[in-house]
Design a protein around this ligand. Structure first.
Ligand code: AKG
Length: 459
């Protein structure tokens, strides 16, 4: 690449880069109004220092080590600069399934971070210079089960959530460079408080989703990962990523970031860091749960059929169910949406003061009405609907680069019967519809029929 090319690329990247808005909580603000405002917000925002007076703002890894004593938890280790480059010199995005895990106390973690390997117990097998380490995605209700005072130190009331404390929060404690791969959370929106050290957040708006090349492998309910290595994107594989609009922000201790629904994020610790977040449920989660249940059922069924090793395709924090359990989960998700529908109708009618049945009655009616109604055939009927198959086919053809090569009609409805534009067909004999023979641009005659699936048997 020439230096002028590199300068062009920097300009393009700059053009796509936006700053996350920053603001401060006014002295006389109304937390309830702020909550409503946030739930309607569609862009991220940082509230400078909004958590700096919370009791947990004094936490450090050393403080947690002394409070938690012998408590052991699992840490995730990843080789820095993991994975060799591909033929184009690019590295893949590293997923959690490729990390190693070890249990330790927080004192051992602190010793490991500070380079006192001999005092870090089992962690000493990871060379300090070669790895980063992360106790990530820990539900505080579980990790701090026996430490209620720690759970009480987290307070979301200043954001209009007086019922939320550490019991509804997750904690992330890592060394410098610890990171979470670029992903989007299916459910809810998110409030994140930076407690110690700094973290860089790179966010992408929901409309940029196709440019992030989503994947459900590794599988984790509610996490959709990007195939792109955000730090070192291979634009020959992921060309659309080049034009993805991104937002960046570095959180300092005390800052609180609001992440709206369906925003992608890639998070890197710049120093040893502690952060705490709470996911806020949204009405749309009910329908999202149906989507997630369908995906879980299909992904698990196909991967099990393949006989794939779970450690390769299931994210470490995820439990996958049996086919029967997954179908039951799908059934429950559908029933919950149906129940919401009943409740909403009921609410609407209550406005006109009609006497109505109780919520328990509605719940029971929905469960009775739809009990045993969902079966594998229902799923098969849905997946094999022509529209769905067309879409699947289009994607699979795309994977083989076929849609770009040839204007073959992808749908087989009679109105769509076009003959392949011959000038786009390579000299290899790509058949077209309509029967008989036609000529390629090179004058060869090719058979116009796709081989039919049912073999014509000579009688
Ligand atoms: O802090 C991190 O490493 C990731 C946080 C995250 O993904 C989230 O809060 O949704």
């Amino acid at each position: 690449m020439t230096s002028s090319n590199m300068a062009d690329e920097r300009d393009v990247n700059k053009a796509k880069l936006r700053e996350v808005e920053r603001t401060s909580l006014a002295s006389d603000y109304d937390p309830e109004k702020l909550r409503i405002n946030l739930l309607n917000r569609t862009k991220p925002v940082v509230f400078n220092g909004a958590a700096s007076l919370w009791p947990c703002s004094r936490w450090s890894p050393e403080f947690l080590a002394s409070e938690l004593g012998d408590l052991r938890t699992k840490f995730r280790f990843c080789v820095r600069e993991k994975s060799s480059s591909n033929e184009n010199g690019f590295k893949r995005a590293i997923m959690e399934t490729e990390c190693e895990f070890e249990e330790a106390t927080f004192l051992e973690f602190v010793q490991w971070v500070d380079g006192f390997s001999e005092k870090s117990g089992l962690l000493s097998r990871f060379q300090r210079d070669s790895y980063w380490c992360y106790a990530d995605y820990k539900y505080m209700a579980e990790l701090f089960r026996d430490f209620p005072h720690l759970r009480r130190s987290v307070k979301w009331d200043s954001f209009g959530f007086p019922q939320r404390s550490g019991d509804e929060s997750t904690i992330w404690i890592g060394s410098a460079e610890a990171s979470t791969p670029c992903h989007v959370d299916t459910y809810g929106c998110n409030l994140v408080a930076q407690i110690y050290g700094q973290k860089k957040w790179t966010l992408f708006p929901p409309e940029e989703t196709p440019k992030l090349y989503p994947t459900r492998i590794p599988y984790e309910e509610s996490s959709v990962f990007s195939q792109v290595n955000i730090d070192n994107p291979d634009l020959s594989r992921f060309p659309a990523f080049a034009s993805a609009v991104r937002y960046e922000v570095t959180l300092a201790p005390g800052d609180v970031l609001f992440v709206p629904k369906k925003w992608w994020h890639y998070v890197q610790s710049l120093d040893t860091s502690i952060s705490i977040n709470t996911w806020i449920e949204l009405e749309s989660d009910h329908i999202e749960r149906v989507r997630e249940a369908i995906i879980k059922t299909l992904v698990c069924a196909l991967k099990n059929e393949e006989g794939a090793d779970e450690s390769v395709w299931v994210n470490p924090s995820e439990d996958i169910g049996t086919y029967r359990q997954n179908m039951e989960y799908l059934h429950q998700a559908l029933s919950a949406v149906k129940q919401r529908e009943h409740e909403n109708a009921e609410r609407a009618m209550k406005n006109i003061k009609e006497p109505l049945c109780s919520l328990e009655e509605t719940q029971q009616r929905v469960l009775n009405e739809y009990k045993d109604k969902l079966c594998t055939d229902d799923l098969i009927h849905c997946i094999t609907t022509p529209d769905v198959v067309d879409l699947l086919m289009e994607k699979l053809l795309g994977k083989f680069g076929i849609s770009q090569m040839c204007s073959l009609p992808l749908k087989s409805s009679p109105r769509d019967e076009k003959v392949c534009s011959v000038d786009k067909i390579p000299s290899s004999t790509i058949p077209s519809e309509g029967g008989g023979l036609h000529k390629t641009s090179e004058g060869q005659e090719v058979e116009k029929h796709l081989p039919c699936k049912r073999k014509c048997v000579d009688k």
